[in-house]
Ligand binder design. Structure first.
Ligand code: NOJ
Ligand code: CA
Length: 705
């Protein structure tokens, strides 16, 4: 990776115990940060954008167990300033070149009463702030555990917020949009189930990424970057003072993190702009992550895939399990002696049909869920050992499928559903990845449904945060890419471990087959969940009337064309065409877009955006003169304005426009679409009507002569 250090100015001012504010401005001067110690030695910071307050003076520090205040009584030892301007290139991404231009302020503090030291590193970019705590190695403080991190974000008013309820185990919620002052009264009613450990959660309000908009039009996003060996940060809310404060996810004994000095916390991030498009264009979280740690990345590649998947959700009887015998004991039951249930979907012949379809239409891979022993008891996730990750069911011929897929130029994607029996998964992990390498698999979808075993852990606590990274590292050893479902939400670690290609960690398409998603769902996710990294949202559902599969099935929350547009608006280098392939065969002209659309990009242009309302994005395919545009809207119809000035000047291109038909409406007529072709140039501005919960998708290529 080529790094270009343009400037690096370092000067120090050894200030001892002076209570004056230290100031830092962003490279463009729009953001300004103040740091100071209060009279009692409490560290505080504040943030302004174009002269307007974003974060009022907010406290920093920790409570160390059992009860040591490590958030006051400090004196300032040393402050150092620096500026860095570099360009780096992600292995897979929305941009080929990413500029990391920031100014830095590094503050060394000491607590004279204990002799303990704490450093804080601030980085100010043009698009926001990152800061983290650093625990230097020191004689009198070596290992300690946290009662809480005391970081505050004191906001200036009752902002509109797009939030998920605080929950240590899941992000699979619809987003609630409300004023901050309404959160506390709503939070218990939107939470899935009462939190097991109520005693740890009296003020727990929301999760991050938290997207907000102030009444005077500032867009503010709070999240974290580089979550490594530390619990996820959720947020308490004091709604009288609009003060958010860190709430680390504990283990079940209430311990919020084990620290050994010589380590750093994740970065706390505040992305700010008066233009919502800048939030989506921000690379601040990636910039705060470490450069790629894998020496060889040649085996990491974008993946467009189909899968033995939606048939499990449409209720037509396909099962992950091979038999009906729920008393299976893994390792003891001989499956060849069991009676097959006749509905097991991951059988060799059926998987070959998917491979044929993938090969015919140019997909890279086929996901196969339900291939391995143990699914009979997957409801009973209290059991310690419920799946084998190396033993296929008798009707799934690993070797033959490896041969068949290779012959057709298609990969099979491995599936490791752990049902959160994580200790057991770790026992099997190396064997599981070796098994993958031996059988031609280069990608795995992992899953963590249900409560974590060992049972003193939560999905978002420090132990599990470490587990997900252990999996990514083990996968890298065997040259495998990872797509984790039900894991802690991402924080930009895909820069450091680019084989961690995507995650779910939010409410994906699967919920369309349960109680449904809301029409505004995907107009919010890029401002929240996707801030930390790509999502395996699994778009591409063409049959929007799910009642064709039987009673109790909801209506899909979008038009068919909006499903196409999601391939562009929901960035991921791993994208599924999730519908039953028989549905694609019915609409070959619309399916063309899914076949054509790229998943790895040279450049991205955020054309229109307002959280909760609409998003229009254009992207240039990596290494090709080819662009794709996706526009989506919430439940309201609108006209998207697609300004093609990102195209090179003086050339003509052919645009294929996939638009909602005149009668399209997600509730009544989702499959009404019109495809048209026209000549466009960099001067063209397309005006496209989007139906209620509709969209527009456009592919642009040079005119064939
Ligand atoms: C939940 C995942 O999100 C889904 O994609 C998967 O099919 C099921 N778990 C079963 O593993
Ligand atoms: Ca899920």
């Amino acid at each position: 990776m080529k790094q270009l250090i343009l400037t690096c100015v370092i000067f120090c001012c050894g200030i001892f115990g002076v209570l004056k504010a230290e100031n830092l401005t962003s490279p463009d001067g729009n953001l300004s940060l103040d740091f100071r110690l209060l009279e009692d030695g409490t560290p505080v910071y504040s943030l302004q954008y174009k002269g307007r307050s974003v974060i009022k003076y907010s406290e920093m520090g920790f409570l160390i167990r059992p009860d040591y205040a490590f958030d006051k009584g400090f004196r300032k030892m040393f402050v150092r300033y620096a500026e860095t301007d570099t360009v780096w290139h992600p292995v897979l991404g929305q941009y080929r070149d990413i500029r990391d231009h920031h100014k830095e302020m590094f503050v060394m503090l000491e607590q004279p009463s204990t002799g303990w030291k704490l450093n804080i590193r601030f980085r100010l970019f043009n698009d926001g702030l990152g800061f983290r705590y650093e625990f230097p190695v020191q004689e009198s403080l070596r290992n300690f555990s946290l009662k809480e991190e005391m970081t505050e974000f004191r906001l200036t008013g009752d902002h509109k917020a797009f939030w998920l309820p605080g929950d240590y185990d899941t992000q699979e919620y619809p987003t609630t949009t409300s004023r901050l002052s309404e959160v506390v009264s709503l939070v218990d009613s939107v939470r899935l189930e009462p939190l097991a450990a109520k005693s740890f959660t009296p003020n727990l309000a929301v999760q991050t990424p938290l997207m907000m908009k102030s009444d005077d039009g500032l867009y503010i996003n709070i999240h974290e970057a580089a979550l490594v060996d530390y619990p996820a940060m959720q947020l308490n809310l004091d709604d009288k003072n609009f003060c958010l404060s860190s709430h680390l996810v504990p283990d079940k004994n209430g311990i919020k993190g084990f620290i050994q000095t010589g380590s750093v916390t994740p970065w706390r991030t505040v992305i700010v702009s008066d233009d919502a498009r800048d939030i989506l264009a921000s690379n601040l979280i990636l910039n705060l992550n470490e450069p790629c740690k894998l020496e060889d990345t040649s085996w990491i590649h974008p993946v467009k895939y189909v899968g033995v998947w939606w048939e499990y959700f449409t209720g037509q009887g396909s099962t992950w399990a091979y038999t009906k015998n729920q008393d299976i004991v893994i390792g003891k039951t001989d499956y060849t002696k069991e009676i097959p249930n006749g509905t097991h979907a991951a059988n060799t012949a059926h998987v070959k049909e998917y491979i044929d379809f993938a090969a015919k239409h140019g997909f890279d891979a086929v996901l196969v869920e339900g291939w391995n022993e143990g699914w009979e008891a997957n409801f009973a996730y209290v059991k310690e050992h419920i799946y084998s990750f190396t033993k296929p069911y008798p009707d799934f011929d690993v070797e033959e499928l490896h041969r068949y897929a290779a012959e057709k130029g298609v990969k099979i994607i491995m599936h490791h559903e752990t049902t959160s029996s994580v200790a057991d998964y770790e026992r099997q992990m190396e064997d599981a990845f070796r098994f993958m390498a031996d059988n031609g698999y280069d990608a795995v979808k992992t899953g963590y449904v249900g409560p974590i075993i060992p049972r003193s852990e939560y999905h978002d606590g420090q132990w599990m945060v470490n587990h997900y990274l252990r999996v990514a590292k083990m996968a890298a050893k065997y040259k495998a890419m990872v797509n984790s479902h039900e894991a802690v939400r991402p924080t930009g670690l895909c820069r450091t471990y680019p084989n961690w290609i995507a995650q779910e960690s939010a409410r994906g398409t699967e919920f369309e087959s349960f109680e449904g998603n809301r029409p505004d769902h995907t107009t919010i996710l890029p401002f929240t969940r996707l801030m930390g990294g790509p999502m395996d949202y699994t778009p591409g559902i063409f049959e929007g009337d799910l009642s064709v599969y039987g009673p109790n099935k909801a209506q899909l929350s979008t038009t068919l064309v909006k499903q196409l547009a999601l391939y562009v608006t929901m960035y991921s280098p791993l994208q599924m065409a999730a519908d039953l392939y028989t549905n694609y065969e019915k609409y070959p002209d619309a399916f063309r877009f899914i076949k054509d659309v790229a998943v790895d990009w040279d450049n991205t242009y955020i054309l229109e955006a307002e959280p909760g309302d609409y998003i229009t994005i254009a992207r240039k395919t990596k290494g090709k003169d080819e662009w794709f545009v996706g526009g989506i809207t919430d439940e309201n119809s609108r006209e998207a304005e697609i300004d093609l000035s990102f195209l090179p000047e003086g050339k003509s291109y052919e645009a294929v426009i996939y638009a909602d038909g005149k009668k399209a409406d997600w509730r009544t007529n989702p499959k009404d679409y019109v495809i048209s072709t026209r000549k466009v140039t960099s001067k063209t501005v397309l005006k496209q009507r989007l139906a209620p919960s509709g969209g527009v998708a456009v592919s642009i290529r040079p005119l064939s002569r």
